[in-house]
Design a protein around this ligand. Sequence first.
Ligand code: ZN
Ligand code: ZN
Length: 281
Amino acid sequence: MRVTFHGVRGSVPAPGKSTARYGGNTSCVEVRTSDDTLIVLDAGTGLRELGKTFQGGPCKLHMLISHTHWDHVLGLPFFGPLWNRDSELIVYPLASDAQERFRETITLFDEIHFPVGVNDIPSEIDFVKPAEEVWRIGSAEVRRIKLNHPGGAQGFRIDDDDGTSLSYLTDNELSAPSGVVTTLDELARFTDEVDLLIHDSQYLPKDMPLKVGWGHSVVDDVLQLGAKARAKRLALFHHDPDRTDDQLDVIGTSSIEWMKQSSPDTSVFVAAEGDELDLTK
Ligand SMILES: [Zn+2]
Ligand SMILES: [Zn+2]
């Protein structure tokens, strides 16, 4: 599989000089399986960047959405291929009934939040409901897991027939104060030995206790998960909109140092917009 990060920010887009290097667009990750099937993880504003790569042409993609908070769906109306009648978007089920309501108007296309109504979208949008627990998408198998986030969210594990694997877990609070639906140990098992683990790393210990229960993880907990899961690579993701590039550099340096001591077979990096990885290498 090949992976490209188009949006790595959490909560709200954060453009500006202090965030230009890591990027200000919200969650969107492009995955190309070994048979070149396109899977898109979340439709944050980074989706617009992916859209530009089609240069006005159509596309066929499989969309996996963690949940429907704004920062994970706002790119959809601005995704170029959506407005091409030859495009096909296959949207997979969401985690909860509340989110299922997203289908009715695709929330954003209600003519209040966006001028074009849902029935005037020219491309084909298919909401599929696979009967199987494990979804087959192209050359890959996709599994889901519930995450600890207000209103619910789901994480994904993608295993390609070429032997590569990745796990995408955002938004998720590893040390949630109450009502934990999935523990750190369960997530470590779910994501065991993946080639790439992408995880929400929005906060630092100094952000607490103010942001306890907000549904995002402290970097320290994410490092623990990466080590426990024996992931080959760990991408710190869903950066706080107020975190500057210089602060993310510091987080990267200290995380690499911690991982060297604790789990030398796992490499860790701070995900940046435009980062591309070939998981076969
Ligand atoms: Zn988010
Ligand atoms: Zn969220």
